[in-house]
Design a binder for this molecule. Structure first.
Ligand SMILES: [Zn+2]
Length: 361
C-alpha cells in the first residue's frame, strides 16, 4: 500500500467515528487505541485531552507537541415538540445552508437514530422565501416519531448530539469530500507521524495530543500543555481555501492540492501571529526536502493561539490542510496535501537536535 493509500484508509476509519464538541468519547477512545502501539506512553486527562509520548534519545533535544482536535462541528437537540419533531441548535459553526434536506444521525442513548432535516415543500414555497435560508430556530429534524414520548423511547432527549449522516466521497485528483474532514484530517496526520517515527529513534521527544472542544473556543488546547515539558507546538487543522467559484483567490490565497498551509497569522475576532521559530523550522524543512507548502494567513482561529498562551508562553504555529466548503457535510481536501504535511513534519522532527535555537533574537 502506498503511503497516500495508508493515510486514506486511516482517515476513513476516523471519519466513521462521530463526536461533536463535548461528546468526543468515541474519538478519544479511538485515538488512544491508535497511539498505544506507537508511543512509549498514552494517557487521557480528566478534561478529555489525549496525550501520547515518544521519548527522544537526547534529553537536551527539543520537545515538540503535535496537536489536533478530537471534536467536529454538529448539532444538539434543543427541544422536542408534541409531534416528535426535534428542534436543534448548532455546536460550532456548522453552515446553516447545508442543513435542510440532509440526512442526520441522532446519537441517542440507545444508539444512533436516523433522521432528516425537513424542508418546506417546493410547491408551498413563496417566491420571497425561495432564495432565503430560515434561521436555525425554525429548522427541525424528523426521526419518524409521531410524538414526543415516542422520541424519548427511541433514546432521544434534550442535549442529544447530532451529526450529518454522510460518508466520504472520493473525487478526482485524490480529493475527498466529507463531513468532519475538520479535524479527522489532523488526527490522521498526528497518528501517521507517530507511525513514521516509531522505529526510528530520534533525539527530540514528541507529544501527540488530541484536544477536546476546539470548535467551541479552543477549550481543550487552553489546558493541554499545562503539565507537559514542551518547547514548541504545532496545531494541525484544516483551513478555508479559495479557488472555488464563489470565493475569490484574492480573498483566500490557499488552493487545495498545492501543499499544506503554513499560517503566518490567524484572523478571527482578533489577529494572532504564529510563532516565528516553529514556523521557520517547518518552512526550512519543506524547502530542504523539496516538499510543497503554501504560506499565508487564514480566517478563523486554531489551537495554536491557545497553546501560545500556556504557562509562560509556548511558541506555536498552525500548520493546516486547506479545504473547500468549511463546516459543511462536504468539506473537500486533497489526500496529497495531507501526505505532504506528514512528510514535512516527519523530516523536521527527525532532524531536530540540541543545537536548535528557540530564542528569536
Ligand atoms: Zn478544526
Amino acid at each position: 500500500m502506498s503511503k497516500v493509500e495508508e493515510i486514506k484508509s486511516l482517515f476513513f476509519k476516523l471519519l466513521s467515528v462521530n463526536g461533536i464538541s463535548g461528546f468526543e468519547e468515541p474519538m478519544i477512545k479511538t485515538l488512544m487505541e491508535e497511539l498505544e502501539p506507537l508511543c512509549d506512553e498514552v494517557y487521557q486527562t480528566p478534561r478529555g485531552n489525549v496525550i501520547g509520548v515518544q521519548h527522544g534519545t537526547d534529553p537536551d533535544a527539543p520537545k515538540v507537541a503535535l496537536a489536533a482536535h478530537t471534536d467536529q462541528v454538529g448539532f444538539i437537540v434543543f427541544s422536542i415538540d408534541e409531534r416528535g419533531f426535534l428542534r436543534f441548535r448548532k455546536i460550532g459553526g456548522s453552515v446553516t445552508g447545508s442543513i435542510q434536506g440532509h440526512q442526520m444521525k441522532v446519537h441517542g442513548k440507545k444508539g444512533p437514530v436516523m433522521g432528516v432535516a425537513g424542508i418546506k415543500p417546493g410547491h408551498m414555497t413563496k417566491p420571497s422565501e425561495a432564495n432565503t435560508i430560515p434561521p436555525i430556530e425554525q429548522l427541525y429534524i424528523d426521526v419518524g416519531a409521531l410524538s414526543r414520548e415516542e422520541a424519548y423511547e427511541m433514546g432521544i432527549e434534550v442535549g442529544t448530539p447530532i451529526t450529518w449522516n454522510t460518508g466520504p466521497a472520493e473525487l478526482a485528483n485524490n480529493f475527498v469530500a466529507t463531513a468532519a474532514a475538520d479535524d479527522r484530517a489532523g488526527l490522521t496526520a498526528i497518528i501517521t507521524v507517530a507511525k513514521n517515527l516509531k522505529d526510528k529513534p530520534i533525539p527530540a521527544s514528541v507529544y501527540y495530543i488530541g484536544t477536546v472542544e476546539e470548535e467551541i473556543g479552543l477549550r481543550g488546547a487552553e489546558v493541554a500543555l499545562f503539565d507537559l515539558d514542551v518547547d514548541m507546538a504545532v496545531a494541525i487543522d484544516t483551513c478555508p481555501s479559495g479557488y472555488q467559484p464563489d470565493v475569490k483567490p484574492v480573498d483566500i490565497v490557499y488552493e487545495v492540492g498545492k501543499g499544506p498551509a503554513l499560517q503566518v497569522a490567524e484572523m478571527s475576532r482578533s489577529t494572532r501571529i504564529s510563532s516565528r521559530v516553529p514556523r521557520e523550522w517547518i518552512a526550512e524543512t519543506a524547502e530542504k526536502h523539496d516538499l510543497p507548502y503554501q504560506r499565508g494567513i487564514m480566517y478563523g482561529g486554531t489551537d495554536a493561539s491557545a497553546m501560545q498562551q500556556t504557562k509562560t508562553g509556548v511558541p506555536a504555529v498552525p500548520f493546516s490542510i486547506p479545504r473547500r466548503y468549511s463546516h459543511s457535510p462536504v468539506e473537500l481536501l486533497s489526500l496529497d496535501d495531507l501526505y505532504h504535511l506528514t512528510e514535512i513534519l516527519t523530516h523536521g522532527l527527525s532532524e531536530l537536535d540540541s543545537s536548535f535555537k528557540f530564542l528569536r533574537v
